[in-house]
Design a protein around this ligand. Structure first.
Ligand code: NAI
Length: 244
C-alpha cells in the first residue's frame, strides 16, 4: 500500500480527534487507537471513512503487550505506521502529599510509558523505511511545572526528555521526533474546571483566549509533513503565550 499511515493514540476525542481529522485531510490512512471511548472511535471512523481509510484499534497504551498486538494489527492492515502521534493522556489535580503509588504509576504509565511503548513498537518499521515522524503531545506544565499537578508535570517533562534524546538517536534513520506542548485547550480534560476557572485561565493567557483542539492539530500536521523535515528534537509550544 503506497499511502502513508498515521497512528494517533487516544484519537477518539479532544485533541486526538482533531489530529485524526487533520491528518486524514492531509491524505494519511488513519489508525485510531482508543482505550475506553469505543463509541466515539466508531463515530469518528464513520465520519472520516468518507475522506480516507480508517481502522480503530483498542489498546491501553500503558500495557506493552496490548501495544505490541496493536502494532502487529496495524502492520497487517496498513503495512506500518509512518507517523506516530503519542496523544493519549490523563490529567489529575492533587496535593503532592496526597499522590498515592497507584495515582503516580497510572500517570507515568499512561503519559510517559505509553509513549515509550508506542515508540519502541513503531521504530523497527520506520527504521526499515528510513523515514518517519513521531510527535509527542506534551504540556506547558512539563516545561515549567504546575502546582497540584506534580505527577502530571513529571510525566510530561519525561516525555520532553524522551523526545530530545530519541531525536538524537534516530535522526540518521531519517526519523524526526518532536513534541507539541499545548497550553490550556478546551476538551474533556478541562471538564473539571468551572466557567469561572476557565475565564481566569483565559485572562492569564496573553492572547486572551483558550486553545482549541484544532490549534494543536495544525501544528501536528505541519510537523508530520515534508515541510518540517529539518525540525527534530524540538518542543513546539502552542499556548497563546501562557508560557514564554
Ligand atoms: P481527552 O481526555 O479528551 O483525551 C485523552 C484521550 O486519551 C482520551 O480519548 C482517553 O480515552 C485517551 N486515553 C487515556 N488513557 C489512555 C490509555 N491508557 N490508552 C489509550 N488511550 C488513553 O483530553 P485532551 O485534552 O484531548 O488530551 C490529549 C493530550 O493533550 C493529552 O496527552 C493531554 O495531556 C494533552 N494536553 C491537553 C491539554 C488541555 O488543556 N486539554 C493541555 C496540555 C496537554
Amino acid at each position: 500500500m503506497n499511502k502513508k499511515t498515521a497512528l494517533v493514540t487516544g484519537g477518539a476525542k479532544g485533541i486526538g480527534a482533531a489530529v485524526c481529522r487533520a491528518l486524514a485531510k492531509d491524505g494519511y490512512n488513519i489508525a485510531l487507537n482508543f482505550n475506553t471511548s469505543e463509541k466515539e472511535a466508531l463515530s469518528l471512523k464513520y465520519e472520516l471513512s468518507a475522506v480516507t481509510s480508517v481502522e480503530i484499534f483498542k489498546a491501553d497504551v500503558s500495557d506493552s503487550e496490548q501495544v505490541k498486538k496493536m502494532f502487529s494489527e496495524i502492520e497487517n492492515i496498513f503495512g506500518g505506521a509512518d507517523v506516530l502521534v503519542n496523544n493519549a493522556g490523563i490529567a489529575q489535580q492533587a496535593l503532592f502529599t496526597d499522590i498515592t503509588d497507584e495515582m503516580w504509576q497510572k500517570m507515568i504509565g499512561t503519559n510517559l510509558t505509553g509513549a515509550f511503548n508506542c515508540c519502541r513498537s513503531a521504530l523497527p518499521y520506520m527504521i526499515r523505511e528510513k523515514s518517519g515522524s513521531i510527535i509527542n503531545i506534551a504540556s506547558m506544565w512539563g516545561e515549567v511545572g504546575a502546582s497540584m499537578e506534580v505527577h502530571y508535570s513529571a510525566a510530561k517533562a519525561g516525555l520532553i526528555g524522551l523526545t530530545k534524546a530519541l531525536a538524537k538517536e534516530v535522526g540518521l534513520s531519517g526519523i524526526t521526533v518532536n513534541a507539541v506542548s499545548p497550553g490550556v485547550v478546551l476538551t474533556d480534560m478541562m471538564a473539571q474546571f468551572s466557567d469561572e476557572d476557565k475565564k481566569v485561565l483565559a485572562d492569564e493567557t496573553p492572547m486572551g483566549v483558550l486553545g482549541t483542539p484544532e490549534d494543536i492539530a495544525v501544528t501536528v500536521s505541519f510537523l508530520a509533513s515534508e515541510k518540517a523535515r529539518f525540525i527534530t528534537g524540538q518542543v513546539v509550544s502552542v499556548n497563546g503565550g501562557f508560557v514564554i
